[in-house]
Design a protein around this ligand. Sequence first.
Ligand SMILES: [Zn+2]
Length: 350
Amino acid sequence: MLWNKVDQRWKDRLPKDRDGDVSWKTEQWPVPGEDPLEVRVCTRDKVKVSSFANCNEAPRTSIVLHLTCGYGNFTGLMGGSDHSASAHFLLGRCGTPYLLVPTEYTAWHATWWNNNSIGIEVDNIGGLHPVGDDMCSEYSSKDKKDVYCKKSETDCFLEKTFGGTKYWATLTEAQYAGLGKLVKALCFKHKIPRIIPPDDLRYKAFDKANPKVRQNYRGICTHVNIDPARRADIGPYIDWPKLIAYGGITEADCYNPPDSVAQTWNDPKGGAAAAASGGASGAGAGASGGAGAGASGGAGAGASGGAAGAGASAGASGAEEKLPPPVIIDSHTLKVRVGKRGGRICLSVK
Ligand SMILES: [Zn+2]
């Protein structure tokens, strides 16, 4: 099956230092509280980075997550496509990060959001549709099937309707781990708070007409926020609790980051920092705006993902629980998020 071939191709690249006209050297990037991240720094033979990126250095304030919706083509993200697109990182199916554009420069991955952002392309074929016994990619036509997997191979795709598509190829476990660590390294490097909007706001379109949106946003977002009319990467079809756990990411207001999460870029435990003040699992709770679902989702992710003990400790120490701090979701809404245990309430003020 094709998914198998693609995954194998990424693994086959690991002992090499070149693929086509792209070669790489390794660098070690610091990650707070962990071993450094090995990054493969790529260059294209005879093609200057200035032909597919703006090389004026500028501060980076957000990270945009994408899916390649393709087959992990280096040159296509280093100016090789007909529209000269580029991205800072391509994350292999093996979880290895390949740096295509220096993060100080502006890559061309998200139109009006390019300035001040870092684009990560997670290699994944994207949406699938059933044809007979097969699941086919968007590159299928009537004449030629592009088979990704069998319908029976339910461990490499899932059903989740989003953006008009019903089935999606899954990320590999190595990608979740690799993406989590890459987010940690990038946030540390550029002092970006390791935060993401709660689930109920995560896929909301950004207000393009309001210049303050791009100026004020801090943290992680996805391409679907920036170009919802044309893009569905990345929607609710990935395992967000898992990524949040691996990346030590806190769910918070990214326009006005609360003090409790503003420094998470520097914190080995990320969201756990807010836990110490009573807020971390609260960040999870904020996802649903209610008490139960988000809280248990956050705790479960923390435990199964093995990322720090944020969720686990918050959940286990019932007697010592404190109310989480208020989180301002936008300028009009105040939510006090409270877990599902007795004595805790959920308040939303508009
Ligand atoms: Zn995208």
